[in-house]
Design a protein around this ligand. Sequence first.
Ligand code: MG
Length: 369
Amino acid sequence: MKITSIKTFPVGIPLKFNYRISLTDIVFKKHLVVKMETDEGVFGYGEVGVLPTEIGGTLESLASAVDYYFLPVLKGINPFDIEDIHERMNKSIYGFHFAKAAIDIACYDIMGKVLNLPVHKLIGGAYREKVPVTWCLGIESIEQNVSEAVQAVGDGYRAIKVKVGQDADYDVERIKAIREAIGSKPKIRIDANQGYNPKEAIKTLKRMEKLDIQCVEQPVNKLDIKGLAEVQQGTSIPVMTDEAVYSYKDLIRVIELNAASIINIKLARVGGIMRAKKIAHIAEAAGLSCVLGCMLEIGIGIAAAAHVAASTPNVDLESDLIGHLYHKEDVIEDSGVKMLNIEEGDLYLPQEPGLGVSVKEGILEKYRI
Ligand code: MG
């Protein structure tokens, strides 16, 4: 079996609402979708959500990386040869994990379709059948955050994630109001998206300690691993890395400095399914928990992350796999089976071969940029 073509679909899909995090406001989400075709007629899709403010690259640059750098070195290669495929991409361009992730995911989709197995069966099996997920709240008015949190808990979500990091006093006030409104049982996780400095983070987190916070995600700048370690050791609230772990080496440094207890793995940021599994294994060896994060992907990327989360034992806290619910339109065909449905705070794992999702290319064309 040989790769014959890789088509790129750079798309922009409007969200149902404005989503504010400390880095930016998101109203319209860009994605790179790739369709990989083979000489045996089997094809696979890959997708990544694109957030230039975090990745230092653009949708246009990712699409051209695929067209002009990756396709020439992957044409004629067997999509099962995933280590070789990554090496070929790494030799072509340094970094560009987002584009590499889209290709990697498409390869796994093809592998599963050829073997007639869902992707999780290829990478560890269904360690869990459902993936517990958080409901994520942006930085909004206290009133709006509280009503959304109450609604989410009413819908069965057992963990709420709240974006913070723009104004520490306001963050404490909001989290306090949310905790009072939802009671003591649901977990609250906060995500500063690098918005604090280490001193401010410790001071702010100490004020939140009595609110029973599950963990704080990426409190300080992604390059400041020492600062992350200060926060981890300076409060009783465990630190989760997010933006800080891009490569295996980043994770090793986090482990060496005891800078976190939990690693948020995003397929796009780490470079796809194969690399995500390796990151999880390194974390497992160091006794760390993981979650699968979200770049507000549509159903293709969410499905890929769900297969990783379900097949990896130390992904033992709630993942953020709800991006597909945020878009005005998804590209996934509703086949009537429980596919990426979320019920009572659990995401149902696709069971069909490959990623287990069928893609409406008409929608991709409609939103093509
Ligand atoms: Mg985050």
